[in-house]
Design a protein around this ligand. Structure first.
Ligand code: M6R
Length: 630
């Protein structure tokens, strides 16, 4: 969850670069702040000593602190932005944590599961602690090994050797970055079950929780494997395992453009990302089919023969990504006739699920680092399942550990509330469904081509909704004092309703629930009282079955009990007008594709309502973009 940055450059004058550790690390933290914003801290090595500053609250508090109490110039530094796990978000619990008499500084992402036992051991050795964190225990252990076990001898590996020995003792999930005053030109890092990427520069090297930590300086990145340690200097990158054996990382090119990680003139990343959606869907479709509608998913590294024999699909994901999976279930079952379950990753492996070599597990994750999903994928692999990852982040852990990956090309999503990733995930899952249908002969090529043609029209239709966003924005502002909002939908509209409710909960901190419209009469209708706002996602009246009529009846049921109904319906659907306080029309599209449109007004509504309340829509309270703890 936390954001981590490391940097080593040449001392001024040695090569033609002008970067200073403080600037590089602060810029990286600014880009990584979406990962956690409970506190931030930085340490540099200067004049044979460690200097550090840390502050609770957002990065701006640390910057304020640095203005009053500047750090010395340095070419080696580490920085951290925290999402608190052990110990509250205080100055004292903020990272870096120091040890070895203040000569060593360490930052950490993850959870050290055996910290209590290690702490006791170190207390018995006379080590003292000032914070409540597991990180300080890791710092103390590393310092103790460096000084007491290795005698502070840098000729024998120094900090790198100490890190290897420390990691052999640590249990849990962690990325660690450390600097030592006696090795001023080195940053040593380790990773287990937690993300870490190396950025390769000319006369400088970088570390980051993800590539946004150094994207302003280099596009060359190296993926680290599980249980690896990396030592960077200005000119070298050396990787080993936890026992010192040399290891290799995989270099790749980062195709994100730094400008696309900026707000592009919008007041928030979330607003920009909502407006990125036509492009996100178009990019995800790009290059994946030919003119005849034949899908060629190059990343699909699973033997097509094996895919022909799967008899069950399990979609694993959390939060918004799980709702994308729930939408995709309708399409995959319809197109491929394969039973498809959608399960929250954190529930999956604790219920003894029925998984075998004929099961295809499809994980969906924007970040590719969600620990719950990663663990569920690993479990599924152990049971023999084939695993495909739908992911937005190149080189992240879940796609790396899966048999195949279908990248969404939504570009970096920075706002904590997921928007464009959701639409791109549905698009990618649909491509996967069509690909399986093509492979297994469940659909004629012409039918696949027709669906692809309809998908191709989606970006322009999203743009049409965005071009008329003012009305829904106004409603958001008007409803800023709402205490509770309900969302109803049927069929693919049901996960859309839940996604609409989630957006409102996480951004505006008000009670919101999404229900299957048919479920209402089984209990939730008791919540309806005079003036209760209820959003209803109405399916197309052109559908083959009676879904539309059923949902219109559901609107009448809540209205009769005093609800204020706000309806999302297809253009030309006059029937709903009589039952709605407000109607927002979306362009006509086939039922299965409608979520790619009906979600958009709900995102805009939540954004406008939360903004009207004065909340930070990019960094809502208590949340983090990438949830790398279980
Ligand atoms: O990175 P992931 O897609 O795996 O993240 C899953 C959820 O944590 C994420 O979708 C979360 O629910 C968002 N805050 C929703 O807006």
């Amino acid at each position: 969850m936390c954001g981590i940055v490391g940097y080593v450059g040449h001392s001024t004058g040695q090569v033609n670069i002008e970067h200073k550790a403080l600037d590089v690390v602060l810029e990286g933290l600014r880009r990584l702040e979406y990962r956690g914003y409970d506190s931030a801290g930085i340490a540099v090595v200067a004049d044979g000593a460690i200097e550090s500053r840390k502050k609770s609250g957002k990065l701006s508090n640390l910057i304020g602190e640095l203005e009053g109490n500047p750090l010395p110039e340095s070419m080696t530094g580490i920085g951290h932005t925290r999402w608190a796990t052990h110990g509250g978000p205080t100055d004292q619990n903020a990272h870096p944590h120091l040890s070895d008499g203040g000569k060593l500084a360490l930052i950490h992402n993850g959870i050290i599961e055996n910290f209590a036992e290690l702490k006791l051991e170190l207390l018995n050795e006379g080590v003292t602690f000032i914070s409540e964190t597991d990180t300080e225990v890791a710092a103390a252990l590393l310092g103790h090994i460096y000084r007491n076990q290795l005698g502070g001898d840098n000729s024998n590996g120094g900090l790198t050797k100490a890190m290897q020995l420390a990691c052999q003792r640590l249990e849990g999930a962690f990325t660690l970055l450390a600097v030592h005053a006696d090795q001023p030109d080195v940053v040593v890092a380790a990773r287990r079950n937690s993300p870490l990427v190396v950025g390769l520069g000319e006369g400088e090297n970088f570390l980051g929780s993800d590539v946004s930590g150094f994207i302003d300086y280099t596009r060359r990145a190296v993926e680290l494997g599980q249980d690896q340690i990396v030592t960077i200097t200005a000119d070298s990158v050396e990787i080993t395992d936890f026992f010192g054996a040399p290891a290799e990382g995989k270099e790749y090119h980062v195709d994100w453009d730094p400008a696309s990680a900026e707000k592009g003139g919008y007041p928030s990343f979330m607003e920009k990302e909502i407006h990125d959606q036509p492009d996100a869907v178009a990019q995800t479709l790009l290059g994946r089919s030919d003119l005849e509608g034949k899908l060629t998913l190059d990343e699909m590294r699973i033997d097509p023969e094996l895919l022909k024999h799967i008899n069950k699909i399990i979609v694993l994901a959390c939060g918004t990504s799980a709702y994308a999976g729930q939408v995709a279930k309708y399409a995959i079952e319809r197109w491929c006739r394969i039973a498809t379950e959608v399960e929250l990753s954190h529930e999956f492996r604790y219920r003894d699920p029925i998984v075998d070599e004929n099961t295809l597990v499809v994980s969906i994750s924007q970040s590719g680092e969600t620990m719950d999903t990663l663990m569920a994928v690993r479990y599924a692999k152990e049971q023999g399942a084939k695993t495909i990852s739908i992911c937005n982040t190149n080189g992240s852990t879940i796609p790396r550990e899966s048999d195949a990956v279908l990248y969404t090309h939504a570009g970096p999503e920075i706002a904590v509330a997921s928007t464009k990733a959701f639409l791109a995930q549905i698009t990618a899952a649909y491509l996967l469904g069509l690909y399986l249908a093509q492979l297994r002969g469940n659909m004629f090529q012409g039918e696949i081509k027709d669906v692809l043609a309809d998908l191709g029209k989606i970006p322009a239709k999203i743009q049409e909704i965005l071009d008329h966003e003012d009305r829904i924005k106004d409603l958001g502002v008007e409803m800023a004092n709402a205490k509770s909002v309900l969302f109803l939908g049927r069929h693919v509209g049901f996960p859309v309703a839940m996604e609409g409710a989630l957006k409102l909960k996480e951004l505006a901190y008000i009670h919101a629930e999404g229900f299957a419209a048919g479920e209402l009469k089984h209990g939730p209708i008791a919540l309806i009282e005079e003036g209760q706002p209820v959003f209803v996602i109405v399916p197309s009246p052109r559908g083959r079955d009676s879904l539309h009529a059923k949902v219109v009846s559901n609107i009448q049921e809540v209205r009769a009990r005093g609800a204020k109904t706000i309806v999302i319906a297809e253009e030309g659907d006059e029937a709903v007008k009589a039952y709605a306080e407000h109607v927002f029309y979306i362009p006509p599209t086939p039922t299965l594709l409608a979520p790619l449109l009906s979600t958009v007004p709900l995102q805009i509504f939540a954004l406008a309502l939360a903004s009207a309340k004065g909340y930070d829509v990019d960094q809502p309270r208590n949340l983090a973009k990438s949830v790398t703890v279980e």
